[in-house]
Design a protein around this ligand. Structure first.
Ligand SMILES: [Zn+2]
Length: 306
């Protein structure tokens, strides 16, 4: 009786976990000069300056964000302290200056989205691998049972032949067993082929996945070594003649954009940084979109509000 080979597909699921390369662009102490005009006596007029097209930011989108950022301060002040006045020749322009900082953010977004899709693929591969391993185990058990039955059959045939042949009843039983074993063998061979092709497919998916993880790890490394440091998201500048402008350099999402605008507006109103981590004026917070108690207290001092 021919023995069936026992197919065993060793499958190594090598999951390199993408290094948690977190880019963060904290805000170093930025320039905040002494205001030469009476604080909040008249609203600070602002307008849209130059928007580098690489930000893909439309004027309408920016206007909405500027309105929301100025509304935070206007509401807290109980009066208009910041006003969009595009026709005012002295209006403070808000510019969007594109450089390596926004490029970095874009690269970071690519890393984030790739990681997200890789996490999905990783989960799926793990579950496929588990199903495969269960099927492989069931197959190995079936092979073992088959081999034991084959062994039993061979021994019975041998004993029967050694004893001068089987009686008709034993002969019929052994014949039936042989037919059953042959049928089972065919079935197991088909099952083995199916498992082999499943394993090949899974292996190639895992290889592709590992290649993509290795690729994103390289991008993360490049990212961390080249631009991993802190940088300013924006800056409020006021020169000695009182001429002022805001430059925005980088933002990762809409709430960071709103935050940066509100933060630089805060400087334009004469506010410095404060140490409350949830403050708009906290130097390192980048996604808060609400004024903290400390921001409001500082505004009241700066604007001499009751
Ligand atoms: Zn600042």
């Amino acid at each position: 009786m021919k023995r069936l080979p026992l197919y065993l597909y060793a499958l190594a699921l090598v999951l390199a976990i993408a290094a948690a390369g977190r880019y963060f662009y904290e805000r170093p102490l930025d320039f905040n000069s002494i205001s030469f005009t009476a604080p909040c006596a008249t609203p600070i007029a602002y307008t849209i300056g130059t928007i580098d097209p690489r930000f893909h930011l439309t004027k309408a989108e920016l206007l909405t964000k500027l309105a929301a950022a100025s509304a935070l301060w206007n509401t807290a002040a109980g009066k208009t302290v910041l006003a969009y006045l595009p026709d005012d020749p002295h209006a403070m322009p808000v510019n969007f200056v594109y450089d390596a900082r926004q490029q970095t953010v874009t690269l970071g977004q690519k890393i984030d989205s790739t990681e997200a899709s890789q996490n999905g693929e990783r989960t799926q591969l793990r579950s496929l691998q588990q199903s495969y391993l269960a099927a492989q185990q069931a197959y190995a058990d079936a092979i073992a049972n088959f081999n034991a039955a084959s062994e039993q059959y061979a021994q019975e045939v041998q004993q029967s032949n050694a004893g001068g042949g089987a009686d008709s009843q034993t002969y019929a039983r052994l014949q039936a067993e042989q037919v059953r074993l042959k049928g089972q063998q065919t079935q197991l061979q088909t099952q083995g082929d199916t498992l082999a092709s499943q394993a090949a497919e899974l292996k190639s998916r895992i290889a592709a996945f590992n290649a993509s993880v290795s690729q994103i790890n390289q991008i993360v490394n490049t990212f961390n070594t080249s631009v991993g440091g802190d940088f300013e998201e924006g800056q409020y500048v006021e020169d000695t003649s009182g001429k002022r402008h805001i430059d925005i350099y980088a933002y990762k999402n809409q709430s960071e954009l709103l935050h940066s605008l509100a933060h630089e507006f805060g400087h334009s109103l004469g506010l410095s940084h404060n140490e409350n981590p949830v403050s708009i004026m906290f130097p390192y917070n980048k996604d808060g979109v609400k004024l903290s108690e400390d921001d409001i207290a500082a505004l009241k001092v700066a604007c001499k509000l009751p």
